[in-house]
Ligand binder design. Sequence first.
Ligand SMILES: [Zn+2]
Ligand SMILES: [Zn+2]
Ligand SMILES: [Zn+2]
Length: 269
Amino acid sequence: MEVVFLGTAAAEGWPGLFCECENCRRAREAGGKNVRTRTSLLVDGIYMVDFPPDNYVHVLRGDLVLSKVEYIFVTHAHQDHFYPEDINMRAEPFAHIDRRRTLHVYGNRKVGEWLSGVNMEKAGAKYHPLRPWDEFVAGDMKGKALPADHAEDQEAFLYLLEEDGRKLFVGFDTGWFPEETWRALEGVEIDLAVLDCTNGRLGGRRGHMGIEAVVEAKSRMEEIGALKPGSKVIATHFSHNGGLLYGELVDALSSFGIEVAYDGMRVEV
Ligand SMILES: [Zn+2]
Ligand SMILES: [Zn+2]
Ligand SMILES: [Zn+2]
């Protein structure tokens, strides 16, 4: 499978929408991999994990052809991960596309509530409700929704996705995983694990992770057979408050065998 990191920032983007802090100034100045839009992933051009307000930037940048996307797996209904209003732009007269293709949107109850503001029928879209631990099949992809440790009102998911025997684990907004999630990952042998590193050098383990927790999560994943030799681990969802620019993140994480995501990064899994 081919995985594209469309966006790799936390809620405010980096530089932040309204921010005047030193880390945003440094990112603006350095440019390149230090400029980060809101988080999502594209898999094989037809599957997305999350649907952020920066979709349009990703379309303009040429990494995303939204008309080809058929399945969206939403981790939770926070604005940086789910911007449902844009689904209305799939309806006529905003989009002229092959109407035999449906856009399938998977997510929890809150995601369903947010979709009540979208004319799903006109958009040619269908909502598939998910509860924690639900397994589903979407095209050639098998999926499972595992509980994250994020905001209490969210029931955020981590997704375990499998296609042609290749396994992708997506942990966007999460602190240290709940114990039952750790148990479910035993022996899974994930090929690519994408982990929340929102807090960077600030650290922390609840709601979001930082450098230390990501390093510790990788070694626990190795211990329990969630990873195997040759598996990749990539950190993403960085906040300006974490303080580390791309090169500094690489310095902090590469000796632990963890790669640092940037907008537009492509990985063959
Ligand atoms: Zn987020
Ligand atoms: Zn800032
Ligand atoms: Zn969130």
